[in-house]
Write a protein that binds this ligand. Structure first.
Ligand SMILES: [Zn+2]
Ligand SMILES: [Zn+2]
Length: 422
C-alpha cells in the first residue's frame, strides 16, 4: 500500500504536471498521499470489466485496511462496503460512493502506468473514483463525521447494474444522504460542479421490429415492405424531440442500428431498428419513450406492417436534490475556498447509474475538474482519456467534507425536531 513514489520525480507520461494550487493534497500526510497515488496507479494499470472486478475489489480491501478502516465487507459479488464510525452515537449515517469498473477500450494515453490488460482500460476515470472513496474513508477516520459514513466501492457502473445491486444488498438501508462524483476534463483541477437539478441523462434503449411480407425485388406490389416502413420510421422518430419535447429541455432519440434484408433483389420480411433515448427529467423520459412507442405502433399499420416495440429501461436521469447540493457546495468552499464551485454549463447527456441511488436517497453527484493546466478537454470513454493526478486529492477531500457537512446538518435537524416536539 505505502509503496514510496516520489510524485515529482515519477515518470509523468503525458501529464508532465502533478501539482495544482488546489491545496487538497495538503489535507493528506505525505505518506498517505503517496499511498493514494500508488493505489490509483495500480488500479489504472490493472483495469477490470464490469462484474469482473475481483483483483480491484481485493486491492481496495487491502488499501482500506492499510489506511486503518476496519469495518469492511463484500456485497453483490465485487462491491466493497466499509463503515467509518461517526463521533456522535445515534447520529444518522450518510454514504460516499466510488465506482470501480473499466471499459473494453485499448488504452492510448502513453501514461507510465497505462493498462497492462489488452483491450481493457480505465477510460472513464473509475480508477480515480475508487481511490477517492478510499481517500475519503481515510480522512473520515482521522476526523469523523457526526454519524457513520458508509463507503461504497461499486462495481458495474458502465453496464448500469452495480448501483441497483448495491441497493438490493441492503448495504445502504437507513442512509440519509449519498454523495458521489465523476472526473471531468472539461474543468481544470480545483474546479468542482455541485449543483441542484439535472446533471446527467437517462439512458434507455428501444427496439422496433417491423414485420411485413417479403417478395421478389421486382414484384413490390406483392409485398409489405419493412425496409420502406423502417426508413419512414427513422424520419418520423426525429419529430419526437423536435415537436413533442419542450424545447427548453434537452433530449435525444438516436437510431443506432437498422438491419434488414440479405440481397439486393429481395424484399425482406422484417426490419429491426434499435436506438438510445436520453432525457434529463423523469417527465421528459416518460414522454420520449411513450412517443416512440406511439409513433412506431401507428406507423407500422400505415405501411401494412406489424410493429413490435420493446423498451429496455436503463438508468434514470441524475437529478441532484437541493439540500444535498447545498451541503456539497459548502464542502467545496471549505476544501478549495470560494470560487472553486463552477457552473456545469451544458448538461451531460451521458448516463450514470448513481441515478438509482438518487431515486431512493437524497444526494448530490458532483463533477470534479481533472484537466491539468494547458491540457486538452478529452472526453471520457476515449482511449486517450485520463484524469490529472492532483484531482485524486480534490475528489477525496470534497467527498469526505460533503459527508461531514451532510451528517452535521441532518443531525442538527434531528435535534431541532426532537426539541420542537418536546
Ligand atoms: Zn463511463
Ligand atoms: Zn464513469
Amino acid at each position: 500500500m505505502h509503496t514510496t513514489i516520489d510524485t515529482d520525480e515519477a515518470p509523468a507520461g503525458p501529464e508532465g504536471w502533478h501539482r495544482a494550487p488546489s491545496g487538497a493534497r495538503e489535507m493528506f500526510s505525505a505518506r498517505d498521499a503517496e499511498g493514494l497515488v500508488a493505489l490509483r496507479r495500480d488500479l489504472h494499470r490493472h483495469p477490470e470489466l464490469s462484474w469482473r472486478e475481483e483483483r480491484t475489489a481485493a486491492r481496495l480491501e487491502l488499501a482500506l485496511a492499510a489506511f486503518g478502516v476496519a469495518d469492511v465487507r463484500r456485497v453483490a459479488g465485487t462491491a466493497v462496503v466499509a463503515r467509518v464510525g461517526g463521533s456522535t452515537p445515534g447520529a444518522p449515517s450518510v454514504a460516499v460512493r466510488g465506482d470501480i469498473d473499466a471499459l473494453p477500450i485499448a488504452e492510448a494515453t502513453g501514461l507510465a502506468y497505462a493498462s497492462d490488460a489488452p483491450g481493457v482500460m480505465h477510460a472513464c476515470g473509475h480508477d480515480v473514483h475508487a481511490a477517492w472513496a478510499v481517500g475519503a474513508a481515510l480522512l473520515l477516520r482521522e476526523r469523523p463525521a457526526a454519524g457513520d459514513v458508509v463507503i461504497v466501492l461499486q462495481p458495474a457502473e458502465e453496464v448500469g447494474e452495480g448501483a441497483r445491486a448495491v441497493l438490493e444488498s441492503g448495504a445502504l438501508d437507513g442512509v440519509r444522504a449519498i454523495f458521489g462524483a465523476h472526473v471531468d476534463r472539461r474543468f481544470e483541477v480545483g474546479q468542482v460542479v455541485a449543483e441542484a437539478g439535472p446533471l446527467a441523462a437517462s439512458t434507455d434503449t428501444f427496439e422496433v421490429e417491423l414485420v411485413g411480407a417479403g417478395a421478389h425485388g421486382a414484384r413490390p406490389h406483392e409485398s409489405s415492405d419493412p425496409v420502406v416502413g423502417a426508413a419512414a420510421l427513422v424520419g418520423a422518430l426525429q419529430t419526437v424531440v423536435a415537436r413533442r419535447l419542450d424545447p427548453a429541455l434537452p433530449g435525444v432519440v438516436t437510431v443506432g442500428t437498422l438491419h434488414a434484408g440479405s440481397a439486393a433483389n429481395v424484399i425482406p420480411e422484417r426490419a429491426v431498428l434499435t436506438g438510445t433515448v436520453r432525457a434529463t427529467t423523469p417527465g421528459a423520459r416518460a414522454l420520449l419513450l411513450g412517443e416512440i412507442r406511439r409513433i412506431a405502433e401507428a406507423l407500422g399499420p400505415a405501411y401494412g406492417l406489424t410493429a413490435r416495440v420493446t423498451i429496455t429501461e436503463g438508468t434514470p436521469p441524475v437529478v441532484n436534490a437541493s439540500e444535498p447540493a447545498a451541503w456539497a457546495r459548502l464542502a467545496v468552499a471549505r476544501v478549495l475556498g470560494p470560487g472553486a464551485a463552477v457552473p456545469l454549463g451544458t448538461t451531460n447527456m451521458g448516463g450514470e447509474d448513481f441515478a438509482f441511488y438518487l431515486e431512493r436517497i437524497p444526494g448530490c453527484f458532483l463533477r470534479v475538474g481533472a484537466r491539468e493546466p494547458g491540457g486538452e478537454p478529452v472526453a471520457a470513454h476515449s482511449p486517450r482519456f485520463y484524469a490529472a493526478e492532483e484531482s485524486l486529492f480534490v475528489g477525496a477531500a470534497v467527498l469526505a467534507e460533503a459527508a461531514r457537512a451532510a451528517s452535521e446538518a441532518i443531525s442538527s435537524q434531528a435535534t431541532t425536531t426532537r426539541r420542537g416536539v418536546s
